[in-house]
Ligand binder design. Structure first.
Ligand SMILES: Nc1nc2c(ncn2[C@@H]2O[C@H](COP(=O)(O)OP(=O)(O)OP(=O)(O)O)[C@@H](O)[C@H]2O)c(=O)[nH]1
Length: 302
């Protein structure tokens, strides 16, 4: 795992704050010089501003006893603020949700949403593999009927993993593909239905309409946004669009292994208030790791 450069920025921010009076004006002055530094580390502007505002409210006017360490106090408040953020976003126990849905109706459906090239197809394959390893019958639905190569890529992974595969070819209605796949669940042929979708169509409007249609038709148990950690602020903007237009329950952040900055996870949770369920940590089929906010905060603050 790379170490995050955001950690160094936060460290010097806390050190600088520890040399000032903890009143709103002084805190704001220090914070304002750090907003852009956070943005450079992949934290969205509005997130950086909002975090500093929250921190200022928590520490301004705080009395520090003679024997107390101001830096420790600031760090503790900062950690609490971030912990609160992650706990407000909640947690999705995907394995428990899967087992519950299978008990109730026989199958579990996930629709994956997100911009093209962020790693959706690979992520679907990784998760399909995890489900297979747990002994589930899995179907991968190639509902990205737009990007050249997308169907072959999904099919390649499905056959490698030993998953069932549903495709209606290019230019087919993606919602029809999703429908076919869900039918496999209804018929008891599959227990886990994973629907890969397109990240790009002719226009943005079409894409969002299409995603809504897929969701309407497939009635998924979970909608997961797949975003690339390296894209930083852009991924956050895209997440916002998908969230507002279609809605989702949580995210998977890909390319975490190559992210040297570290701000993307913070931003995406802050903006969507939804948990990160997994992070992608490589291109291999096993490179998917459950996201643990504690572990992330340790990487940022310890
Ligand atoms: N290093 C690294 N690379 C990844 C990870 N996840 C995906 N990739 C790579 O990112 C590239 C794009 O992944 P795809 O799965 O094709 O992306 P996609 O979102 O399905 O693309 P569209 O179908 O166009 O929407 C591929 O080269 C993947 O191997 C990850 O966690 N780490």
């Amino acid at each position: 795992m790379p170490s995050f450069s955001l950690k160094n920025v936060l460290k010097s921010f806390v050190e600088e704050l520890a040399y000032t009076e903890l009143d709103p004006k002084a805190v704001e002055e220090v914070s304002s010089t750090y907003v852009l530094k956070l943005v450079e580390e992949g934290v969205a502007l509005e997130v950086a501003e909002s975090i500093f505002r929250d921190l200022s409210e928590r520490i301004s006017g705080k009395k520090v006893g003679r024997l107390e360490n101001k830096k420790e106090i600031i760090l503790k408040e900062f950690r609490r603020l971030l912990e609160d953020l992650f706990s407000q976003a909640g947690k999705i126990d995907i394995w428990q949700r899967t087992a519950e849905a299978i008990r109730q109706k026989g199958y579990f459906t996930i629709v994956f949403l997100g911009p093209n090239g962020h790693g959706k197809t690979t992520t679907v394959a990784k998760l399909a593999n995890l489900y297979k390893e747990k002994g589930y019958r899995v179907t991968i639905a190639a509902a990205d009927t737009f990007r050249a190569g997308a169907i072959e890529q999904a099919q390649y992974w499905a056959s490698k993993i030993g998953a069932d595969f549903v495709s209606l070819g290019y230019d087919a209605d993606p919602a029809a593909v999703a429908y076919e796949a869900v039918k496999r669940g209804e018929k008891g042929l599959s227990q886990v239905v994973l629907i890969d979708t397109a990240g790009r169509m002719h226009t943005k409007k079409n894409l969002m309409d299409e995603m809504r249609k897929i969701v309407r038709v497939s009635q998924p148990d979970l909608k997961i946004f797949v975003g690339d950690a390296l894209v930083g602020n852009d991924a956050v903007e895209q997440a916002k669009t998908f969230y507002n237009e279609v809605g989702f329950d949580g995210s998977i952040l890909t390319k975490f292994d190559a992210d040297t900055k570290g701000g993307a996870a913070l931003s995406i949770v802050y903006i969507t208030r939804k948990p990160i369920i997994f992070v992608g940590v490589g291109q291999g089929i096993r490179d998917l790791k459950e996201f643990d906010p504690e572990w992330y905060l340790e990487m940022l603050l310890d």
